[in-house]
Design a protein around this ligand. Structure first.
Ligand SMILES: *[C@@H]1O[C@H](CO)[C@@H](O)[C@H](O)[C@H]1NC(C)=O
Ligand SMILES: *[C@@H]1O[C@H](CO)[C@@H](O)[C@H](O)[C@H]1NC(C)=O
Ligand SMILES: *[C@@H]1O[C@H](CO)[C@@H](O)[C@H](O)[C@H]1NC(C)=O
Ligand SMILES: *[C@@H]1O[C@H](CO)[C@@H](O)[C@H](O)[C@H]1NC(C)=O
Ligand SMILES: *[C@@H]1O[C@H](CO)[C@@H](O)[C@H](O)[C@H]1NC(C)=O
Ligand SMILES: *[C@@H]1O[C@H](CO)[C@@H](O)[C@H](O)[C@H]1NC(C)=O
Ligand SMILES: CC(=O)N[C@H]1CO[C@H](CO)[C@@H](O)[C@@H]1O
Length: 326
């Protein structure tokens, strides 16, 4: 707890965009955990995947909560993706083998699973299908009210769609803006994806933008032309405020949280937490709105700093951060 309290350090920029902005953290995940993504239980707890261990955790959305192991897969290196389904307390999780030393995935190692939590929080996990067509699954979202999930292939530069009832996998969206543009061997194209305001929003990590294209998630195949809405920003995942289009951007590379007003699309986000030498947010990887708090409270998965997974000289700090925006 203490290291986290000490770490809280907000840059002056936030004072002009929000007052009372504060940040709190869960306790650290086990050393070596690359805390990768998260989804919400109906009770508001975060269900969190770790990409260096094949594990899924539950984290109560209160400061100082201890991550509770929910499931430990036996046949994979890590878990890369999670989304809540259209049914309460049901989640889809992707497991697979990604190496942080070579920064590359093992071909044919990924699979999608259904994870259902009972009232006691115990998980029942069923493998649905291998995902061999997808080079490297990253962000995954549910298409509301359907058995469909959309899966970003960060290495191939596609958005796939998987039907969790029929097991059909197809290419939902293919566009040049989804493709990676490798930077010193680091290959990350489309990364975060969100359906909001009648659009599919997506980030491209190598190319440092967030774009959007009109979409419902249910069309046979998406054929629009995306527009870049936030440019020249280091971006992993992000959250969209459904009411006004405001964007909150996990700036993993610069350890910050970026903000862009829905009225300022086309410009460059401002870092409202972290950045510079701040340790307030070391490697934020994904964002969801806290239960009933859209536009007010974000839950972020935080890796504790990316370099440690490449060097395997672990420094810890993997947490869920709770960011109050008002
Ligand atoms: C997860 O399972 C592996 C064996 O598959 C075991 O070695 C490891 O200790 C387990 N981890 C936890 C946190 O239970
Ligand atoms: C993925 O890693 C697991 C755990 O090390 C291993 O059992 C499995 O064979 C690997 N899968 C592939 C396709 O290499
Ligand atoms: C659920 O979890 C609790 C505590 O972890 C355990 O005592 C109980 O036996 C589990 N119930 C089932 C049905 O697995
Ligand atoms: C985004 O920024 C890049 C430079 O990084 C520039 O080439 C491109 O024209 C910009 N695109 C938009 C839509 O602003
Ligand atoms: C970060 O720390 C280094 C070394 O102390 C210093 O030179 C640099 O100016 C700092 N950067 C910022 C943005 O504060
Ligand atoms: C690991 O990191 C610590 C500081 O975080 C440093 O003092 C140490 O030299 C590093 N070890 C290696 C083997 O790089
Ligand atoms: C509930 C709680 O502990 N909130 C704390 C979150 O962090 C801020 C500082 O960033 C504290 O002022 C709050 O009390």
């Amino acid at each position: 707890m203490l290291p986290h309290a000490l770490r809280t350090c907000l840059v002056a920029a936030f004072l002009t965009t929000a007052s009372g902005l504060d940040i709190n953290y869960s306790r650290d995940f086990p050393l070596g955990s690359e805390v990768e993504n998260l989804a919400l239980r109906p009770n508001g707890a975060a269900i969190v995947v770790v990409n260096t261990f094949p594990q899924v955790y539950e984290v109560a959305p209160v400061p100082g909560s201890t991550p509770r192991l929910v499931h430990n897969f036996s046949n994979a290196v890590g878990t890369s993706s999670i989304t809540a389904s259209s049914n309460p307390d049901e989640f889809f999780v992707i497991s697979g083998n990604f190496s942080f030393q070579t920064l590359s995935p093992t071909p044919d190692s990924y699979a999608i699973h259904r994870l259902v939590l009972d009232a006691a929080g115990n998980a029942t996990v069923t493998e649905l299908a291998p995902l061999d067509a997808i080079e490297q699954p990253n962000g995954m979202i549910n298409v509301p009210g359907t058995p469909l999930v959309l899966i970003a292939d960060t290495r191939g530069g596609f958005v796939y769609r998987f039907n969790t009832e029929t097991q059909e996998l197809d290419t939902y969206f293919d566009h040049p803006l989804l493709k990676p543009q490798p930077v010193q061997g680091v290959v990350f194209g489309v990364n975060g994806i969100k359906l909001a305001r009648g659009y599919l929003y997506f980030s491209n990590t190598n190319r440092q933008f967030v774009a959007r294209v009109r979409a419902s998630g249910t069309e046979a195949r998406l054929c629009g032309t995306p527009e870049i809405v936030a440019n020249q920003t280091t971006v992993d995942d992000f959250a969209v405020d459904e009411t006004n289009g405001d964007l909150y951007i996990c700036q993993q590379e610069i350890n910050g949280l970026g903000y862009l007003s829905g009225g300022a699309y086309g410009s460059t986000p401002t870092t409202i937490i972290g950045g510079g030498n701040s340790t307030a947010l070391l490697g934020p990887s994904a964002a969801v709105w806290a239960k009933g708090a859209e536009g007010r409270t974000l839950l972020l998965s935080v890796t504790g700093g990316f370099e440690q997974f490449a060097t395997q000289n672990y420094t810890g700090g993997g947490t869920v951060a709770i960011v109050n925006l008002d």
